[in-house]
Design a protein. Structure first.
Lengths: 156, 769
C-alpha cells in the first residue's frame, strides 16, 4: 500500500513512505508539517489548500501525491521570505488585505500563478481567475486591489 | 505599591511550571512553547483581575507583555489594543507582545462577542497601562530624586523635562520592583473593568491611538509564518474524524468496523451513544476510516417542516416565550383613524457561519494533571468550564489554550469540535486532533436563527406615521448558549444523550436589533418559537454575526422604505423626519453626501423596456452606540432576476477610532459578508437534516460578485468612547439592497436572500397587481 517516494517541496527533496492515493495536502501538512496549504473543504471548492505544482496552481486536497512525484512543489512559505517577499505577498501587506487570513494561502498562490502566466491582467481577468476561491470574511475588495497592485497597476 | 520580591511570579510565567505561553506573532520559533505539557501536580487558576500583573508585565529588557481574555478573531483587535497600551505607557508599539485567551494566564473577560472588544474589553487594558505608567513615574521620581511633575515619559524612558542626562528606562526601574499593585474591579464578563492609581490620557493628546498602524498579524499570515489552531501538533497526537447521524433523531443501531482493519494507521473507533469518531495515527488514515466505517442507524425523525413551509410553521406554532417591546402611546387606537395603512411581512432564513476552516481542535485529556484544549473559539474561559463539566473534571484541572482559527463570526462549532476532541482524547488516552469536514461544518455546525417580522403602520393625510406595529417570530439566538460553559451545550454531549440545559430565549427586537424611530405610537412584541428538535439538531440556533440584527433591520428598514414610497417622500428625508439623534442624522447626511444621493421618492420613474434596470437604496442601523448608514446601487436584470451590487457606500460612527485603516478593513469585510448573506445565503434542509453541506449548496459571494465601488466614510468622535465595529455594518446591507431593487424595478422583495427567483416572482406580482 505504501510506496517509497521522493517529493520535492520548496527546493528540498523528501523521501517518504506514502499511500500514492493520499491527497498531497495531507502529505504536506501531516507528514512534512508544512502548514500553509490549508484544509478548507476537501472538495476543491474553496482553494485554501492551493500549492504550485510546476508553476500551476493545484488544489492539493484532491491531488493525489502520486501525481506530484518528480515535480516542483512550492508552498506559500516557499514563495518569499519576510526579508525578501514575493511581489504578491508585498502587495497583500501593502493593501492590508486580510481579516482572519485563513484563505490567504489560496489567494496568494493562485494570484502568483495568474501573474506568471499573464503579467498584465485586466480587472475581468483577475476577477475571473480568482472566482474559484472563497473568502468567508469578505476581504475580497482588498485582495483584488492587492493583485492589481502586484500586477503593477495603480490602486484606485 | 510595587512589590519588592517579585521574581517568583515573573519567572513562573516566563519559563517555569511548564506554563503555556502565548507567542509573538512575528516569532515562529516561539510557537513550540505552546505545546508544553503541564506537570501532573499543576492546577491552574485564571488570574485575578484585581492585580496589575494579571494584565501587563514589564520585563527588565524593556519589553512589555499584555495579557487579555479578548482574543483577536481576525479583525485586527490585537493591533488596536497594542496602540491603546502603547499610548498610555508611552512606549513604542514594537515593544509590546500579547497573550490572548489562554485561560491559565489571562483574565476572564467573557471572551469575544457582541462587538465589545474595543467598546468594553479595551478599558481594563487602558487603565492597567495608565496605572503602570503612574507607578513607573513614581519609581523614577524616587530614583532620580525629582518630583513626578518634572518628569516626562517617552519611548519607555523617563527623564527630567529640563535635563536629558537624568533618565531611567522602564526596564531598569522594574529590575528591583515588579508592578503587582492591586486594582479596583467592577463588572464582569464583557463589562469587566479595572481601575488603578493611573488615569488614562486625554484623547486630545493621543499620538498613537487614531493612527493607521499596520496590522501586526498580517505579515506573518502573508508569509506563511503564522500558526492557526489547525497547525497545533502535540507529541503523540492522534488524528480523528467524527461521523454524524444521517439526520436528527436517528439512533445508532450497530457499527461494522471490518472495513477499517486494513487501513494502515487506523487506531480505533469511539462510540458514545450516537457520538461516533474514528481515531488514527495519520490524518489520511482517519479520513479513510471515516469513509469506510459502516453504521446502521434508525430512520431519522421527520422533525423539520418542508422548507417552503418554514415561515408558515413559525406563524402557526405557539411561541415558547414572548417579550413586549418598547411601547409608546396607544398604537391600536391610532390605527383607527388612519388615512392610509401599510402592512408587510419580512422573512429571514437560517444562515450558516460557514467558517473558512471547518471546526478543528486538539485535546490532551489527563485523568491526573492538567487537561489541555487548543481551540480558536471566541470564549475560551467559558469553554474551559464546559469541557470540565463534560469530562467531570475540576475546572482548575483544565486549560484552554486559545490559538487563532479561521474567522468564527459567533459560535460556529469550534466549541463543538473542542468537545469532540475532548471525548475522543479521553477515550483513547492520548492527545487527539479533530478536524471536521466541510459537511460537518456547514451541515452540523450551529446556525443563525430564522426570523419572521410582521409590520404595520398608519399614515395620516400628510404622510406622517401616526402608528407603528412590529411583531417578530424567531428561533432563539441563544438556543445553543453562546457561552459554552456547560456540557449540555455541546453537540457531542447531546449525541451522547445529555439534554441541552444551557439554552436561553433570545428575541428579535425592534429598536434593539434595528434603529428606533420616534413615531408617536409604537407597539412592538417579539416571540421565540420552540426549537424544531430539542437536541443534537443540525438546525440548532445560536449567535451568528450580529445576532438578529440583519434580519430585523432588513424588515424595519425595508418597511421604512415602503412607508416613504407610500408617502411619496425621499427615503432619507423620510427617515430624518423621525430621528432626533444628531449622530443618526449625521450618518445619513454623510452617506448621502458621499454617494451624491439623488433626492427623490422611490421607485425611480419607469425606464421603458430596458432589460437592465438600475436603482439606489438606503438603510440605517444602530447597534449599542454605533451608527451605520449604507447606500446600495444595484443593477437588476428584469428578464433573469439577477442582481448585481455595483456600489456600496457606508457611513460609520463608532465613537473614537483607534485605527482608521483597520476599521475600514473590518467594515469592508462586514459589507461584503452581509451582502453575501443578503443575496445568496440560506441553509437548505429536508425533513430531518440540513442539505447545505458544502460551498455549492451554501454559496457565498465570490470575486465576480464584489461591488467595483466600496466606499466608507468614517465619522470620528475622539471625545466619545469607542463603541463596536465588528457587527454594526452587517446590519443595514440587506435592506439597502432590497430598497435599491425596489427603486430600480418597483418590485418589493420581502424574503431573504434576495435571489433571482424571488426577484422574478416580485416582478410578476407587480405586473398582476
Amino acid at each position: 500500500m505504501s510506496d517509497r517516494a521522493s517529493l520535492k517541496v520548496n527546493g528540498q527533496v523528501h523521501h517518504l513512505d506514502v499511500d500514492p492515493q493520499c491527497p498531497l495536502l495531507y502529505v504536506l501538512r501531516d507528514t512534512l508539517a508544512l502548514n500553509n496549504p490549508r484544509f478548507g473543504c476537501g472538495l476543491g471548492q474553496c482553494g485554501a489548500c492551493t500549492v504550485l505544482v510546476d508553476n500551476r496552481a493545484v488544489r492539493s486536497c484532491l491531488y493525489p501525491v502520486s501525481s506530484a512525484l518528480g515535480k516542483e512543489i512550492v508552498t506559500l512559505d516557499g514563495l518569499g521570505t519576510p526579508e525578501n517577499p514575493h511581489r504578491v505577498q508585498q502587495a497583500f501587506i501593502d493593501e492590508q488585505a486580510s481579516q482572519c487570513g485563513y484563505c490567504l494561502n489560496g489567494w496568494i498562490m493562485t494570484s502568483k500563478a495568474l501573474l506568471d502566466k499573464n503579467p498584465h491582467p485586466t480587472d475581468a481577468e483577475i476577477n475571473g481567475a480568482l472566482s474559484g476561491l472563497v473568502c468567508r470574511c469578505g476581504s475580497h475588495a482588498r485582495m483584488l486591489r492587492a493583485v492589481r497592485r502586484a500586477a503593477g497597476r495603480s490602486s484606485e | 505599591m510595587a512589590s519588592q520580591n517579585p521574581r517568583s511570579r515573573r519567572q513562573f510565567v516566563k519559563d517555569g511550571g511548564g506554563l503555556l505561553l502565548g507567542f509573538s506573532l512575528g516569532d515562529p520559533a516561539a510557537f513550540p512553547r505552546l505545546l508544553r505539557i503541564f506537570p501532573s501536580s499543576e492546577t491552574l487558576h485564571t488570574p485575578a483581575a484585581a492585580k496589575l500583573d494579571s494584565w501587563l508585565r514589564i520585563e527588565p529588557d524593556g519589553s512589555i507583555r499584555v495579557f487579555t481574555g479578548k482574543p483577536d478573531i481576525g479583525m485586527g483587535v490585537q493591533t488596536a489594543f497594542l496602540q491603546i497600551v502603547a499610548e498610555e505607557l508611552d512606549v513604542s508599539p514594537e515593544k509590546i507582545s500579547f497573550v490572548m485567551g489562554d485561560t491559565a494566564t489571562t483574565v476572564d473577560q467573557g471572551g469575544v462577542g457582541g462587538s465589545t472588544s474595543l467598546m468594553l474589553g479595551s478599558k481594563p487594558l487602558r487603565n492597567a497601562a495608565a496605572t503602570a505608567r503612574f507607578l513607573l513615574l513614581r519609581l523614577a521620581s524616587r530614583r532620580l530624586g525629582l518630583p513626578v511633575e518634572q518628569l516626562h515619559a517617552k519611548n519607555g524612558v523617563i527623564g527630567a523635562q529640563d535635563n536629558a542626562a537624568k533618565s531611567v528606562s522602564y526596564g531598569t526601574l522594574v529590575v528591583d520592583a515588579e508592578l503587582t499593585d492591586d486594582l479596583t474591579v467592577s463588572g464582569q464578563g464583557f463589562a469587566l473593568n479595572v481601575e488603578g492609581l493611573g488615569k488614562p490620557k486625554d484623547p486630545a493628546s493621543y499620538t498613537i491611538v487614531g493612527q493607521s498602524l499596520a496590522r501586526v498579524d498580517i505579515p506573518p499570515k502573508v508569509h506563511g509564518r503564522f500558526h492557526y489552531v489547525t497547525d497545533v501538533r502535540v507529541p503523540g497526537m492522534l488524528h480523528a474524524r467524527v461521523v454524524r447521524p444521517p439526520g436528527v433523531g436517528a439512533n445508532l443501531v450497530r457499527i461494522d468496523e471490518t472495513p477499517l482493519k486494513d487501513i494502515s494507521g487506523f487506531t480505533r473507533t469511539v462510540v458514545r451513544g450516537n457520538f461516533v469518531g474514528v481515531v488514527a495515527e495519520t490524518e489520511w488514515a482517519a479520513v479513510r476510516a471515516a469513509q469506510a466505517l459502516k453504521i446502521i442507524w434508525t430512520a431519522p425523525a421527520a422533525a423539520f417542516p418542508a422548507q417552503p413551509d418554514l415561515y408558515r410553521h413559525m406563524r402557526d406554532t405557539s411561541p415558547k416565550a414572548t417579550k413586549a417591546g418598547a411601547n409608546r402611546g396607544d398604537a391600536p387606537a391610532a390605527f383607527l383613524p388612519a388615512a392610509k395603512r401599510v402592512e408587510a411581512t419580512y422573512e429571514w432564513p437560517f444562515q450558516s457561519h460557514a467558517t473558512m476552516g471547518p471546526g478543528c481542535a486538539v485535546a490532551d485529556v489527563r485523568s491526573g494533571g492538567v487537561t489541555t484544549i487548543w481551540s480558536g473559539c471566541q470564549k475560551p474561559h467559558a469553554l474551559r468550564k464546559g469541557i470540565a463539566d463534560l469530562l467531570k473534571l475540576p475546572v482548575d484541572a483544565v486549560n484552554v489554550n486559545w490559538v487563532e482559527d479561521a474567522g468564527s463570526y459567533g459560535r460556529p462549532g469550534f466549541e463543538d469540535a473542542a468537545a469532540d476532541a475532548a471525548v475522543l482524547s479521553q477515550a483513547v488516552g492520548k492527545p487527539v486532533r479533530v478536524q471536521w469536514t466541510r459537511s460537518d461544518m456547514s451541515g452540523w455546525g450551529s446556525k443563525g436563527p430564522a426570523v419572521a417580522c410582521d409590520l404595520r403602520a398608519a399614515l395620516d393625510e400628510h404622510g406622517q406615521v401616526t402608528a407603528f406595529d412590529f411583531t417578530s417570530r424567531a428561533f432563539s439566538g441563544g438556543e445553543t448558549f453562546y457561552h459554552p460553559d456547560a456540557a449540555g451545550n455541546f453537540l457531542a454531549a447531546q449525541l451522547m444523550g445529555l439534554p441541552n440545559t444551557t439554552g436561553k430565549d433570545e428575541f428579535a427586537e425592534f429598536g434593539e436589533h434595528s434603529a428606533s424611530y420616534n413615531f408617536p405610537n409604537i407597539h412592538a412584541i417579539a416571540h421565540v418559537i420552540p426549537a424544531l428538535y430539542p437536541s443534537a439538531s443540525p438546525l440548532r440556533t445560536t449567535h451568528l454575526r450580529d445576532p438578529e440584527g440583519p434580519a430585523v433591520t432588513f424588515a424595519v428598514e425595508s418597511f421604512l422604505d415602503e412607508l416613504a414610497a407610500a408617502a411619496r417622500v425621499d427615503p432619507i428625508d423620510f427617515r430624518l423626519a423621525f430621528l432626533d439623534d444628531p449622530r443618526a442624522k449625521a450618518a445619513l447626511a454623510a452617506v448621502a453626501e458621499r454617494a451624491a444621493w439623488d433626492r427623490r421618492p422611490s421607485p425611480k420613474p419607469n425606464s421603458g423596456t430596458a432589460e437592465i434596470l438600475t436603482g439606489r437604496g438606503v438603510a440605517f442601523g444602530t447597534r449599542r452606540g454605533t451608527y451605520v448608514a449604507t447606500i446600495a446601487y444595484v443593477q437588476v436584470n428584469r428578464r433573469t432576476g439577477a442582481v448585481r451590487v455595483q456600489r456600496l457606500v457606508c457611513a460609520h460612527d463608532c465613537g473614537l477610532i483607534v485605527n482608521p485603516d483597520g476599521l475600514r478593513g473590518t467594515i469592508e469585510a462586514n459589507l461584503i459578508q452581509s451582502m453575501s448573506r443578503s443575496l445568496y445565503e440560506e441553509v437548505l434542509f429536508d425533513r430531518s437534516n440540513v442539505t447545505s453541506v458544502d460551498w455549492q449548496t451554501y454559496p457565498v459571494a465570490r470575486s465576480l460578485d464584489i461591488p467595483p465601488q466600496l466606499e466608507i466614510v468614517l465619522l470620528n468622535h475622539p471625545e466619545l468612547p469607542s463603541s463596536g465595529a465588528g457587527e454594526p455594518s452587517s446590519r443595514p446591507t440587506a435592506a439597502a439592497i432590497a430598497n435599491a431593487i425596489f427603486d430600480a424595478t418597483g418590485a418589493r422583495v420581502r424574503q431573504a436572500p434576495l435571489t433571482p427567483s424571488r426577484i422574478l416572482a416580485a416582478l410578476a406580482r407587480m405586473q398582476t397587481a
